[in-house]
Design a protein around this ligand. Structure first.
Ligand SMILES: [Zn+2]
Length: 481
């Protein structure tokens, strides 16, 4: 007769033991550092999961405190600033957009959503923080990647060869005044040859350690004309040739002015593979009338989940696909930064937009709205910081990283106003465009906006999607016509 009672007690004792061992509750996080598992308890607020900043700070050995009403998390590579009630984290004068607002529960007791761990923490850590599954992260040592840089001056161009010890993706970005070379995945340690470039063509080559992994910046000189980039054999590095204008007039009568592609002085053979292969003519493809649509999140990164069946990543993809359909009947064509449930890094998204020389770029997101009233989406545009916001003094070192929007601010604003007025009409609202420094838009070389739907707690209604599709399509077309 007593048996069932005993069994219950045994079961309860087992549960207690398991709890003591740190078995995860459904929404708790784990962070693995040097094979030791640390648990971070979740706390629910308005249907959303939050994690305490102090817990994260202790596990990752960061400092957390409050100054001037802001939460400040300090790591070896910089500071993150949190503001209560805003879905934004400031890092060196840029803002990183989170899926839900930061929450200051009480004094020195701050909470952040999970995407803070993916988007913000890696910026201040000296280690890599890899997501290895839902709610699970692993900290690993970041390796150093020595990059040898050789500079050679030719009569009409400067050749800069970058040879990293570790093979990693290398990205080249061009902006008004310079060309940037980014090596991903590991901390870059530069080893630059002593040759100075011809300053008429390349004013200077500098290494900026402040960027996440470190970045090389090639400043264009006063007679800069164009540049070409190509890979060394077997992915051993990158060559960048920076050209002065073809000097046809000053040359003694040569038969024909030769195109720059053939005019390069023969390369030292140890630098380059056979010449015929290395001169893929630098001629970017021309695209016309492309609109880039960026469905937020994807893959492991689900975005917000207004309830367990609906995920932001699915909503944003559906909306983008429907806008794409709508645009098929016009003279414009839409390109999506993802067309499947895949995780695409932010920089790759903007790179897609830039590659297609987009007429405009619309990033689609959704937040959750705790009330059941339908609320109009919010339209954001990027604004550059004037070095303010308590950013550390090396802020100017980072401005260059995401300079793509600089010449599009007014046009982005115009696009935002048009989409906003469509939304206001559909919702009978008087919403205003919000200007913020946004890491998701900063690198885009086109008029660019973020539209963030406000999904009610019961999940995305079909109407919310319809209205967003209509407003984005009409707003974009009004802007392009
Ligand atoms: Zn989002």
């Amino acid at each position: 007769m007593k048996r069932p009672l005993i069994l219950c007690l045994v079961a309860a004792a087992v549960c207690l033991v398991l709890a003591g061992l740190g078995v995860l509750a459904a929404d708790d996080l784990e962070i693995i550092v040097a094979n030791k598992r640390h648990k971070v308890d979740s706390r629910e607020r308005g249907n959303r999961e939050y994690y305490e900043v102090q817990d994260l700070a202790e596990i990752l050995k960061l400092q957390f405190g409050e100054t001037g009403g802001k939460g400040v998390l300090t790591g070896p590579r910089g500071q993150l600033q949190l503001t209560d009630g805003r879905p934004l984290v400031s890092f060196r004068g840029e803002y990183i957009l989170l899926d839900q607002p930061v929450w200051r529960r009480k004094e020195k007791n701050w909470y952040v959503p999970e995407d803070f761990i993916q988007k913000c923490l890696p910026l201040v850590l000296n280690e890599k923080l890899d997501r290895q599954g839902a709610l699970s992260y692993r900290v690993r040592a970041m390796r150093e990647n020595t990059v040898q840089v050789e500079i050679t001056n030719f009569p009409d161009h400067v050749r800069i060869v970058f040879r990293p010890v570790l093979r990693v993706p290398i990205r080249i970005r061009e902006s008004g005044d310079f060309i940037q070379v980014n090596f991903e995945e590991h901390l870059v340690v530069p080893s630059v040859s002593r040759t100075k470039p011809n300053t008429d063509i390349v004013e200077q080559l500098e290494f900026i350690p402040a960027d996440i992994f470190g970045v090389f910046r090639i400043s264009k000189g006063k007679s800069y004309y164009n540049f070409r980039e190509y890979d060394l054999e077997r992915g051993q590095g990158k060559v960048i040739d920076v050209y002065a204008p073809p000097k046809t007039a000053q040359l003694p009568q040569v038969d024909e002015p030769r195109p720059p592609a053939e005019s390069a002085t023969p390369a030292p053979s140890d630098v380059l593979p056979p010449v015929a292969e290395v001169v893929p003519v630098f001629k970017p493809r021309q695209f016309t009338n492309i609109v880039t649509l960026d469905p937020g999140h994807g893959g492991e990164d689900a975005g917000v989940r207004p309830n367990s069946d609906d995920l932001e990543k699915d909503f944003t993809l559906k909306v983008a696909q429907r806008v794409e359909q709508q645009l098929r009947n016009t003279s414009f064509r839409a390109v999506l930064t993802r067309n499947t449930d895949a995780e695409v890094p932010i920089n790759q998204r903007s790179a897609i937009g830039n590659y297609y020389q987009s007429k405009c770029y619309v990033s689609i997101h959704a937040g959750t709205n705790t009330s059941d009233e339908p609320r109009a989406p919010v339209v954001y545009v990027h604004r550059y910081q004037a070095g303010g916001d308590g950013a550390p003094s090396d802020a100017n070192a980072l401005v260059a990283w995401e300079d793509g929007q600089r010449s599009y601010e007014a046009k982005s604003r115009e696009l935002a106003e048009l989409v906003q007025s469509e939304l206001n009409a559909l919702y009978g609202a008087e919403g205003k465009v919000v200007e913020l420094p946004l890491a998701v838009l900063a690198p885009v070389n086109a008029p660019a906006i973020v539209v963030e739907a406000q999904l009610s707690a019961s999940g995305p209604s079909p109407e919310a999607a319809d209205r967003l599709v209509a407003a984005v399509t009409r707003g974009v077309l009004a802007f392009l016509h």
